[in-house]
Design a protein around this ligand. Structure first.
Ligand code: LIP
Length: 323
């Protein structure tokens, strides 16, 4: 029955939109899963087109767009540009991959709890093709005219990252990676920094968008500042991760981030030869929220995990309210 229903819908009763989609999805799954229809490089190509288009909006409107509203806290901003960029990216991706799933920051209710449960809804059951998108990572920078914001697109097949794209439009820097294929900056292979000593490392970090997270991060920073060469807060988790992959930063650490902030960057760092775990040293998965990414050289990663755990700075307290 199933196959018949797929190939020959009943005569003269046009299927509804949802029916058409489910028929096609079942058909795709029955005959060819989305896994096999699209290659990683095909997916990468379309992600690059979408990221560049959204990047144009960021470049052209940086510092010129007012805050539309705040989300979980007064530091958690959204603008009409975030939504326009996300709609554009989603349209580009759906045009080419109509049956893929899409998790975009601006489609999710504010706060850590909503962000974690939105992701969960896409992980179980695992999806053949899932796009995880932050249309403007570094929105506060964008609103303030500070040219440090990026488009971040992570792609997963059955909960495993396979493609990562981060586009920084101001310097036209395109960071790309495919699972098992290395990481590239504007088409040139890139690698994490060769530094092996913690005292020579430059650490990237973020304070989050709530005092709950900032308190933890300040504890972490107090533990790491005396033992690292420099500390930089660029205001975008995805940009920090791209810079670790490019060997500009040695380490990135931040608690309570969402999958759209860190998925693409995590693949970039791994493919550039680095190491990505949670702040307790557990290997990265799409559910990781407290992230530690490093060049993976010497004892740097383990030393930082130990210092963060000792300082009680390996996780922000569980949110009691929305934020
Ligand atoms: C931002 C992150 C940053 C964090 C901010 C915010 P957004 O993402 O990239 O690391 O410190 O609080 O979450 O909101 O600009 O997409």
């Amino acid at each position: 029955m199933e196959t018949d229903a797929l190939s020959k819908p009943p005569i003269n009763v046009p299927p509804t939109g949802a029916e058409t989609e489910s028929i096609h999805k079942r058909h795709a799954r029955a005959s060819h899963s989305l896994q096999t229809i699209y290659s990683d490089s095909e997916i990468l190509d379309v992600c690059i087109i979408a990221a560049r288009e959204a990047g144009q909006i960021i470049r052209d409107t940086c510092g010129k767009i007012a805050v539309e509203k705040t989300k979980a806290t007064v530091q958690d901003l959204v603008t009409v540009a975030d939504k326009n960029c996300q709609d554009l990216i989603e349209a580009r991706l759906k045009e080419r991959f109509p049956f893929a799933d899409f998790l975009g920051e601006e489609n999710v209710a504010p706060g850590a709890i909503a962000s974690a449960s939105a992701l969960q809804s896409f992980l179980t059951p695992p999806r053949d093709l899932l796009f995880i998108v932050d249309p403007i990572d570094g929105t506060t920078n964008f609103v303030s005219g500070i040219p440090f914001s990026v488009v971040s697109i992570g792609v997963a097949r059955r909960n495993e990252l396979c493609v990562g794209v981060i586009y920084e439009p101001y310097r036209d820097e395109l960071f790309t990676s495919m699972k098992g294929q290395g990481a590239f900056l504007n088409g040139e292979k890139m690698s994490v920094s060769p530094e092996r000593l913690l005292i020579n490392t430059v650490l990237g970090f973020g304070l989050g968008s709530s005092s709950r997270v900032a308190t933890t991060m300040i504890k972490g920073l107090s533990a790491l500042e005396p033992v690292t060469r420099g500390q930089r807060a660029l205001g975008s988790a995805a940009l920090h991760l791209a810079y670790v992959a490019a060997g500009r930063l040695t380490v990135f650490y931040e608690c309570d981030l969402s999958s759209w902030d860190i998925s693409a960057g995590s693949l970039l760092v791994k493919e550039a030869g680095g190491r990505v775990t949670d702040t307790r040293g557990v290997p990265y998965t799409l559910e990781t929220r407290d992230i530690l990414a490093s060049n993976g050289k010497g004892d740097i990663h383990t030393q930082i995990v130990d210092l963060l755990v000792q300082a009680g700075a390996d996780a922000a307290p569980i949110p009691l309210s929305l934020n």
